[in-house]
Write a protein that binds this ligand. Structure first.
Ligand SMILES: CC(C)(COP(=O)(O)OP(=O)(O)OC[C@H]1O[C@@H](n2cnc3c(N)ncnc32)[C@H](O)[C@@H]1OP(=O)(O)O)[C@@H](O)C(=O)NCCC(=O)NCCS
Length: 154
């Protein structure tokens, strides 16, 4: 049966899956309760990528998400991940573009994010989406790793 990936707004019942995908893919100390708080405050900036199998009775399964937020008056990407077997198929880009469109609709013309300095794959991904390296925050993460802050003017 053909599988299709769709991007849609996140709803309350997706929260458990978002936490699972977040924890499975992002090296983070963000706790489930931090994710709940972000979701409660910024739900309209959360989107999920779901795999649907046509003619199947099974529901959609969440294979990726993006969590946006508003920070200091601009758009912010709190987290984005796509499960391994669904990567490099354009799903990350679709998720990011979807939340960016929402930011723009709310006149938020700048988007920022932090990423681990060692996360070369994600950094390349963001650079391909037009994000520019802004500055480095030394020892930003609890394990002592530096963060690179990226920004995009839309
Ligand atoms: C970062 C991530 C979300 C990208 O998702 P994805 O679905 O693989 O991305 P896409 O397929 O939409 O890729 C878009 C572009 O980025 C490029 N890209 C994606 N991952 C890349 C990587 N690891 N190295 C180099 N380029 C990469 C793709 O080749 C593609 O380029 P193109 O537009 O020239 O074809 C995914 O790799 C992931 O979940 N990583 C683990 C979690 C993570 O590190 N999140 C970021 C920190 S919060």
């Amino acid at each position: 049966m053909a599988k299709q990936i769709k991007i849609r707004e996140a709803v309350d019942k997706d929260l458990r899956d978002i936490v699972t995908v977040w924890k499975r893919n992002i090296k983070t100390i963000t706790s489930a309760s931090d994710i709940f708080d972000l979701f409660r405050d910024f739900k309209k900036y959360f989107f999920v990528a779901v795999s649907t199998v046509s003619n199947s009775k099974d529901g959609d399964s969440v294979i990726g998400f993006v969590g946006g937020a508003i920070r200091s008056g601009h758009g912010h990407i709190s987290g984005i991940a796509v499960d391994k077997e669904y990567r490099t198929q354009g799903n990350g880009k679709s998720l990011l573009n979807t939340v960016e469109r929402d930011f723009l609709a709310k006149k938020l013309e700048k988007v920022t994010l932090e990423v681990r300095i060692s996360n070369r794959g994600a950094r390349r991904f963001y650079e391909k989406q037009g994000y520019k390296r802004a500055y480095t925050v030394r020892r930003y993460y609890a394990d002592g790793e530096d963060a690179v802050v990226y920004a995009k003017e839309m």
